[in-house]
Design a protein around this ligand. Sequence first.
Ligand SMILES: C[S@@+](CC[C@H](N)C(=O)[O-])C[C@H]1O[C@@H](n2cnc3c(N)ncnc32)[C@H](O)[C@@H]1O
Length: 531
Amino acid sequence: MNAQGLAGQRQHRSAKTLNRRAQGQEPHQQASARGASQANRKIPRHADARRVAYEALLRIDEQHSFSNLLVPKLCAHAQLSTADSALVTDIVYGVLRWRGLIRPIIAAAAHRALDDIDDMIVPILELGTYQALWMEIAPHAVGASTVVLAKSLYGKGRAGFVNAVMHQIIAKPLQTWQSMIVSRIDSHNQFERLAVRYSHPKWIVEALYQAWKHAGYDEEGDAMAVVSSMLEEDNQPAMVTLARHGQAISQEDLQAQLPRRAVVQEGLLSPYALRVSGVNPAQIPAIQHKLVGVEDEGSQCAALALAHASVEGQASDYEQQSLASMPISARAHWLDMCAGPGGKTALIASLAAERNIVVSANEPSAHRANLVRSNIEGLPSEAVDTVYEHDGRYFGKHMREQFTRVLVDAPCSGLGALRRRPEARWRKRPEDIDDLTQLQAQLLRSGIDATMSGGVIAYVTCSPVVEETVQIVDDVLADPQYAQRVERLDTTEVLRRVCKPMPLPNRPGDVTLFEHLHHSDQMFISLLRKR
Ligand SMILES: C[S@@+](CC[C@H](N)C(=O)[O-])C[C@H]1O[C@@H](n2cnc3c(N)ncnc32)[C@H](O)[C@@H]1O
């Protein structure tokens, strides 16, 4: 199958789905196995783990559910054991991550296009393929359990088909399938080859390539090999990272609260970070008391960069004269303009409080604004004076030059955090980025306008995509209204000063953190100062 064949197959498939949606029908309402399926699909209590995984996949596809919310809910409903719940999570997340390769394998093994296979059977084959080729589960046992699942839901006929396809699939190891499928793609189409090998949409592979080329790291080495490493990282589950809220608790006291079984690693980038696995964060007392949050290290670096960049002139005077004895309204203020759910708010507000500075947070979504309020409960009451629910563009107009530091953690495509959201890569569209860039630029302008002379603005995204990052900053700074009034700071210098030693670009200016280099989410940080 050539590149166009694979891409065409996916497009055709989604066109088929969209067409059904346009007619008011969900995909499951038309395929041939459907009549029986609806009755059989009600998950019984104590259902088999694979049956729960199947239901999760269907609902994620049909109802656009989020896997991180749906899977625990279904596992709880089915009263699965902890081990079975972990199995369901592994399988569902694995299929969601790898389906860009799993689907061509199924099509090749079935000797037919995926569109010619019943929509209700494809997820059963996806689950079987992932378990047989990716997990260390005996392939023949997987084949048998996959056939049993198909038979129990859709009867003997379809189980026979599943049996035949699974038989083909387990006959070859993953590497053989991978090479075979990739070799069918034109060797000149390197992006498509990487897209299929590492199961990403091609446009994301191209966007990551461009992001790397712009990021200013050592140019030695093959950029395509670097992109392969990034894609590989996207397919690995991320470790949980904790962020201590400033001096609220020491690293030692936090470690003492972790259960013995926890695997603990010092932060790689942030002095406030602790990486953990084998522990449910919700059960750690310091998390319950909001002295510590769950926050990726890239985000922690962004918060630290804002807090430690040098302010000058009026902003510097304000910060130095800000005293605990002063009323809150008279103290220096920082603004967290796009704050929900409040991970960065808690860290920057704890750092600000150490200097008698107050943070104002803002989040237009009421639900997310409440998450911000909840996230800051462990901080001293004067650390955050208000959680506004405005559109961020309000501040540049109505609170001009009020803040000494402003964080614009802009809404973005989130392509830098794909490893945390297994289904996200298939839901994003290049048009999503076009829709966001205008808002991103307006929020940055608003942030600059809300900053007083000598103050600092951090423009941050958890996306490395050039159009959402460096291009936004370049365009705003090229505008004559801002060109003379704003200078770009050297973010590499600030991160070198406040974070642990880490790879940084070879030139001064903005920094993009990359999963494969920093083992954090991909985070873009640009620091600007108002003249
Ligand atoms: C990347 S998230 C922020 C993450 C947050 N800073 C944290 O660390 O937890 C972007 C946020 O911007 C909010 N947002 C969307 N449109 C906005 C607007 N017009 N003005 C301000 N915030 C907006 C979104 O609701 C979302 O919560």
